[in-house]
Design a protein around this ligand. Structure first.
Ligand SMILES: Nc1ncnc2c1ncn2[C@@H]1O[C@H](COP(=O)(O)OP(=O)(O)OP(=O)(O)O)[C@@H](O)[C@H]1O
Length: 529
């Protein structure tokens, strides 16, 4: 309020010079006028403030105060020392691409607000995969000279797109530089921040940008499935539609698998610290048609890992298996289906050396056979002897997976499936071998609801209560239920068909149980006689 008396005094002082008595009166008038003005200014200020208090909500006034503080902070910050990191697109005079530039560009594409910039550029970027394949993505990019701001952990990072050089200056262009004598412009992205945040920028923000870009690339990547033919993998694009949303299973079990995969992805440092290979093993077991293969596809889609579907009937010697496994890149899933059928159940059979195995063995170098003349046996017979040791066995497979395979790569998942867990070799079941055992069971109520939603986008239906009751009394697989739902595009018709199918199954079960009871009665009578 200090300024109000000062205003009155100023108004009085600015009054024309008075003459004696009249002068006194005029001064008094001037004072009165000034005081009235000052009073009204004060009154208006008070009035305005009380109106603001009444008319503007607290939040708006707080926002105004915050805005003023922000502007003050920004004006202050502009005086702070800034650091800039330059990320050039090309290195070595244009002969190699800087991966960090591509990663930063992919990351920024998700941060650019197309409405905030008048000019944008679009680029098509090629992502090369470890297996040699590649995929393309379209990116929104900053035009040279434009900037965008990103906030990470409360710190502001400013990205600016730069382009320097270029033109016909007679110098040789970089890679892809076009005509001779034309120098291609040099593109770079500049990352600037307050000097005090240099550690955050280099130790946390840049790795975060890289990791996010990698995730984005993974999401965009076209998945491939590889199958083995004797000693090499052959891949093709994999568009299996199964996801964790479409898999019909108990919600808690589904969640525990997703959580486990998430934990696995995040635990690179953890695995390194505890000295274990960064891999995860899952054993999926359950009757045929309960979704084991679909779950593998859902895992691949979720992780964005390629699948390596290993057919062990194509592999006869450990050396061939090892070659296949070693050639698998990181971020991949190794699947061995029906693992209970892959190895000879009969130990005597296990020692038989087949011609096919001998042929395959000849592809590999058993140098001792050729050099050991003392044996005196024909080469093929000697090979059979070597092969005895080389023959593919479950323990050979498991040891190799736990040993060299685990340490020669990382971020890999291995999945075994079986319809008969009880038939599995105990070596496979012992603790620590497969990290998670997942039972894929018959279709329960929750699994049915997922299927009904998959097929008809319905969450409820008048036939649901009866279906629920029928499902509780019979064993039907999700594959059988899917098959019934697929029969009509009309939800009412398909669900009616399913009810009929379940009733028939219920009757059949009752007949079977009655027959078992009759047999027991006959057997008991026989025993009694
Ligand atoms: N749990 C499930 N969720 C969604 N669909 C399923 C499920 N189980 C089976 N299906 C449907 O049935 C088909 C066959 O299932 P899938 O091959 O995944 O079963 P499986 O358990 O691997 O069978 P098998 O043991 O014979 O290999 C799938 O293509 C899918 O349409």
């Amino acid at each position: 309020m200090d300024h109000l008396p000062l205003a009155a005094a100023a108004a009085a002082a600015s009054a024309p010079a008075p003459a004696a008595g009249a002068q006194h009166g005029r001064v008094l008038d001037a004072y009165k006028k000034a005081l009235a003005t000052a009073a009204s200014v004060a009154a208006y200020a008070v009035l305005a403030r009380s109106m603001a208090r009444e008319l503007l909500p607290d939040e708006l006034r707080a926002a105004a105060r915050w805005g003023a503080a922000f502007v003050r902070a920004r004006l202050g910050a502009s005086e702070k020392e800034r650091h800039t990191v330059v990320i050039r697109r090309q290195l070595d005079g244009g002969y190699s691409e800087n991966q960090l530039f591509e990663a930063a560009r992919a990351y920024l594409a998700t941060k650019i607000d197309p409405r905030a910039l008048r000019r944008l550029s679009l680029a098509r970027s090629r992502c090369k995969e470890a297996d040699g394949s590649s995929s393309w993505t379209t990116l929104l990019c900053l035009e040279p000279g434009d900037s965008t701001t990103d906030v990470f952990d409360g710190v502001e990072f400013r990205w600016t797109s730069m382009e320097t050089g270029g033109g016909d200056d007679g110098k040789r262009g970089g890679k892809g530089g076009g005509d001779r004598g034309h120098r291609a412009p040099r593109e770079s992205l500049e990352l600037s921040f307050d000097a005090e945040h240099t550690d955050t920028a280099l130790e946390r923000y840049v790795p975060f940008v890289m990791a996010t870009a990698e995730q984005l690339q993974r999401r965009e990547r076209v998945l491939r499935i590889f199958m083995n033919e004797v000693r090499s993998w052959h891949g093709f694009n994999h568009h299996h539609p199964a996801t964790f949303d479409t898999i019909a299973m108990e919600p808690d079990l589904k969640k525990s698998i997703v959580d486990d995969l998430d934990r696995f992805l995040k635990r690179k440092e953890y695995y390194r610290r505890i000295g274990k290979a960064w891999k995860r093993g899952y054993l999926l077991h359950g009757p045929p048609g309960t979704g084991k293969s679909s779950l593998v596809a859902a895992m691949a889609n979720y992780l964005r890992f390629n699948l390596y579907d290993l057919d062990l009937s194509e592999v006869r010697v450990n050396a061939a298996l090892q070659r296949l496994l070693i050639s698998m890149p990181n971020k991949s899933i190794l699947v061995i289906e029906d693992i209970d059928c892959c190895f000879d159940a009969n130990p005597r059979e296990a020692h038989k050396i087949t011609t096919a195995a001998l042929d395959q063995a000849e592809d590999f170098d058993f140098s001792s056979s050729d050099s050991d003349d003392a044996v005196g046996a024909p080469p093929r017979a000697r090979r059979a002897g070597d092969l005895q040791q080389q023959k593919l066995t479950l323990s050979g497979l498991l040891n190799f997976i736990d040993g060299l395979w685990s340490t020669s790569g990382e971020e890999r998942v291995i999945v075994f499936t079986t319809n008969y867990k009880e038939r599995l070799d105990p070596a496979l079941l012992r603790p620590g071998r497969m990290d998670m055992h997942v039972y894929m069971g018959y279709c329960g109520w929750e699994a049915f609801k997922t299927l009904a939603h998959n097929y008809f986008l319905v969450g409820d239906h008048p036939l649901f209560p009866e279906i629920r009751q029928l499902l509780a009394g019979v064993e039907v697989t999700p594959a059988e239920v899917s098959e019934m739902l697929l029969r009509s595009e009309d939800a009412n018709a398909a669900l009616r068909g399913l009810v009929e199918f379940l009733r028939e199954r219920t009757r059949r079960r009752a007949r079977q149980e009655a027959a078992i009871d009759d047999n027991q009665v006959v057997a008991e009578k026989g025993n009694a006689a």
